[in-house]
Design a protein around this ligand. Structure first.
Ligand code: G1P
Length: 299
């Protein structure tokens, strides 16, 4: 039985330039889907999967993230005075116990592999999860929880995977499949952002990983790869041919993934999450219908 996964790394050092000017002063991860920041979705998913230690790899200008997970005594006192217990309960979900959360700075933007490597001393010699908060996944059973369960059978290294259209494949890490067993695939190769005509499949890596500590050793020796950055994909791919390694698996999760690193994906997630909320659904649905009707009439 593989060791339990209790630590997760959240790489949040990116500049978020695709969302400028908003991200000039607000970290991208604090931007909200309906009324919760992106990062809250990631934390909730990690908790559901049994994660107990949350490691954020940040960069300059991400102070708002630390404040977000802190207690807010004045606000809490004010809400208590006014008897707003419902709002206090909402805030409670955002608080972390002391020692539960750690922040490490990535001092140079050297890539996702480098960001994960920055957390190596906090991980030590145990398996760990990585969650990219940009990839928001709506699912009945949270994606990382599905993966932790599958990982109990496979051990080794596991990445979330999803088929994407051929014209989009060059934006992802891509799996070369050895054996396809439905939700779990074993992997014989992995390549970061290949040109479409060189992609080994259309099965893309999505931002959820369960990794063995040997990945951190691989990252110790890593040179830059695609885009001149130190790639996590390359460090995972090294495990495929490691005679002492336990292999690499892709996991086709059940759920809907939104690419909240792009404006279109962010908007789609906003609409989808709002429609799933009883307090917002009817009004928004009616409004969307109106918009479509007006648009169709104008054509
Ligand atoms: C990162 C990974 C890539 C993965 C993607 C999923 O790329 O490097 O392998 O497919 O996340 O969202 P990024 O989107 O940060 O360029």
């Amino acid at each position: 039985m593989p060791k339990k996964v209790t630590k997760a790394i959240f790489p949040v050092a990116g500049l978020g330039t695709r969302f400028l000017p908003a991200t000039k002063s607000v970290p991208k991860e604090i931007m909200t889907l309906v009324d919760r920041p992106l990062v809250q979705y990631a934390i909730d998913e990690a908790r559901a999967a049994g994660i107990k230690e949350f490691i954020f790899v940040t960069s300059r200008g991400k102070g708002a993230l630390e404040d977000y997970f802190d207690h807010s005594p004045i606000l809490e006192q004010e809400l208590r005075k006014k008897g707003k217990d419902d709002l206090l309960a909402i805030l409670k979900n955002t608080n972390m116990d002391s020692g539960e959360i750690a922040y490490i700075r990535q001092h140079k933007a050297l890539g996702l592999g480098h960001a994960v490597w920055c957390a190596r001393r906090l991980i030590g010699n145990e398996p760990f999860a990585v969650i990219l908060p940009d990839d928001v996944i709506a699912a009945e059973k949270p994606c990382l929880q599905q993966m932790v369960e599958a990982y109990q059978e496979t051990g080794g290294n596991m990445v979330a995977a999803m088929e994407v259209p051929p014209e989009k494949i060059s934006s992802y890490g891509v799996l070369d499949v050895k054996e396809d067993k439905g939700s779990i695939v074993s992997v014989k190769g992995m390549v970061e952002k290949p040109p479409a005509d060189q992609a080994p499949s259309n099965l893309a890596v999505i931002g959820r990983y369960i990794l063995s500590p040997s990945i951190l050793q691989n990252l110790n020796k890593m040179k830059s790869g695609a885009g001149g950055e130190i790639q996590l994909t390359d460090a995972i791919a090294q495990e495929i041919n490691n005679p002492d390694g336990q292999g690499v698996f892709g996991y086709r999760f059940r759920g809907q993934r939104f690419d909240c690193g792009s404006k279109a994906g962010f908007l789609q997630a906003t609409v989808s999450f709002a429609l799933s909320r009883a307090d917002l659904r009817d009004d928004l649905y009616r409004y969307l219908q109106e918009v479509v009707e007006i648009d169709q009439a104008a054509q």
